[in-house]
Design a protein around this ligand. Structure first.
Ligand code: PLP
Length: 445
């Protein structure tokens, strides 16, 4: 039994004493450690956590200085404060007592470790370059916009000029900036759909309208814009057919609504070439949102937007004052990664891996569940009755894997099942997770 329910992460940037003091503070606040409770000695705790005694001593000293702990001569260290009232108590912010689960989420990509040298080279180049002294062009780094012109033409069938592109800090950032310029009114988001999009609409105080996902959209009355994922409906998976694209455009024209195309993972079709962006069919009606989160790293926080001229200019004007957008070093690094062919190599390698893994997932799941979309991207959605999905999810959790329920993406829709991500994990983790899932599904058939 550990003497305290805390966990030290040696890989984290936070110094070990600060990790420990934060967790003990949280344990007092959430009532796990109560007033006058005696703490293990710094020596015992150090032995338990396999850290040096100076780590536990420094953490205790910090908490003594803050008044959370007190010493009593000859009898040790005690809790000197009550926690928060249970009515105002939040979950322990550090949540360190929970075992860390391996997440099979739909958003984490595979970045081939063979290309680490290229990644480092890009950042060396960034570090050797002096940033612009003040705020740069509000549209984003010109070199990056030029590189994206080529990429968007080649991979997305989009013919744009550098000045048509606005660099963002990712899809959600671009969406938020767009919402600030749209006329008052409700926003439609696919249901089930991208949770960050729905959360963003709510966070700016707009009404959210549920648009049934993966079905033809024939009318958009009552919304000023509709947020869709035509290349790979998130999270169900289907691609929007040509006729559905046309009926969506017609519905948007009739309702004077805008379409917002979230093109998050279109590079990862492995059965056919990527379908050109919906935006290429009507640049006046559709806003394009692209991201480096799937083809580079989500933590880079870089994306791009192509909007009709009036909107683009309004966003530009606002950015002259707010300086919203991506950080200069991230943009600069992405220029090098694109120029050196790093992004293309990483995408090709990830596409191969996803194609293999999608088949493994399909082989494991098909006897038990129904696939919704074609094999594409870095996750797949499976229809199952909710009770079976929950049992499989719980069994996976017990085995150390976190897999999302499809119902978590639903607002008014009532689809049930699992969304199995297979990008950002190892082969053995995937096989462990599939064994846990199929074992549970077989036993509750
Ligand atoms: C549907 C969808 N859109 C966009 C993104 C990327 O968002 P961002 O560019 O803000 O990282 C994700 C990431 O998981 C996603 O699932």
């Amino acid at each position: 039994m550990p003497t305290l329910p805390v966990r030290i992460d040696r890989a984290a940037a936070t110094p070990l004493p600060a990790q420990l003091s934060a967790q003990v503070r949280a344990l007092i606040l959430n009532g796990t450690l109560t007033l006058d409770e005696r703490l293990p000695s710094s020596r015992a705790l150090a032995a338990d956590l396999q850290v040096s005694r100076s780590v536990t001593e420094t953490a205790y000293e910090q908490l003594l200085a803050e008044g959370w702990l007190a010493t009593r001569h000859g009898s040790g260290t005690f809790v000197a404060s009550r926690g928060l009232d249970s009515s105002t108590r939040r979950a322990t912010p550090t949540n360190m007592s929970a075992n860390k689960l391996v997440r099979l989420d739909s958003g984490t990509p595979f970045v081939d470790p063979r290309y680490r040298a290229g990644w480092r080279r890009a950042w060396r180049e960034v570090s050797a370059t002096t940033p612009p002294p003040g705020y740069d062009d509000p549209r984003g780094l010109l070199e990056l916009r030029i590189a994206l012109v080529e990429r968007l033409a080649r991979t997305r069938g989009l013919d744009v000029d550098p000045d048509d592109i606005l660099i963002t800090a990712g899809t959600t950032d671009g969406f938020r900036q767009l919402l600030a310029e749209l006329p008052a009114g409700a926003i439609g988001v696919e249901d089930p759909g991208y949770r960050a999009a729905a959360a963003t609409v709510r966070s700016v105080g707009r009404k959210l309208v549920d648009i049934p996902a993966a079905q033809p959209i024939t009318q958009l009355a009552g919304v000023v814009a509709a947020y869709v994922t035509p290349a790979h409906q998130h999270p169900l998976g289907p691609v929007m057919s040509a006729s559905d694209r046309l009926s969506l455009l017609n519905a948007a024209r009739a309702a004077h609504a805008l379409i917002i195309e979230d093109d998050y993972d279109s590079e990862f079709r492995y059965d056919v070439a990527p379908i050109p962006a919906l935006t290429s069919l009507d640049r006046d009606r559709v806003v394009y949102l692209g991201t480096a989160s799937k083809s580079v790293y989500p933590t880079l926080r870089v994306g791009w937007m192509v909007a009709p001229p009036a909107l683009r200019d309004a966003i530009y004007e606002r950015r002259l004052t707010t300086h919203a957008g991506a950080s200069w070093p991230s943009q600069k690094a992405l220029v090098t990664l694109l120029r050196d062919g790093w992004v293309d190599k990483v995408v090709r390698s990830a596409r191969r891996l996803y194609a293999e893994r999608a088949v493994l997932v399909a082989d494991a799941m098909t006897p038990h569940a129904t696939a919704v979309g074609p094999l594409a991207g870095m996750y797949s959605a499976w229809l199952l009755p909710e009770d079976r999905a929950v049992r499989a999810r719980d069994a996976a959790r017990k085995a150390g894997f976190d897999i999302n329920l499809l119902s978590a993406y639903c607002r008014s829709s009532e689809l049930t099942g699992l969304v199995v991500g297979f990008g950002g994990i190892s082969d053995s983790e995937l096989s462990g997770a599939l064994t846990a899932l199929t074992g549970a599904l077989e036993s509750c058939a």
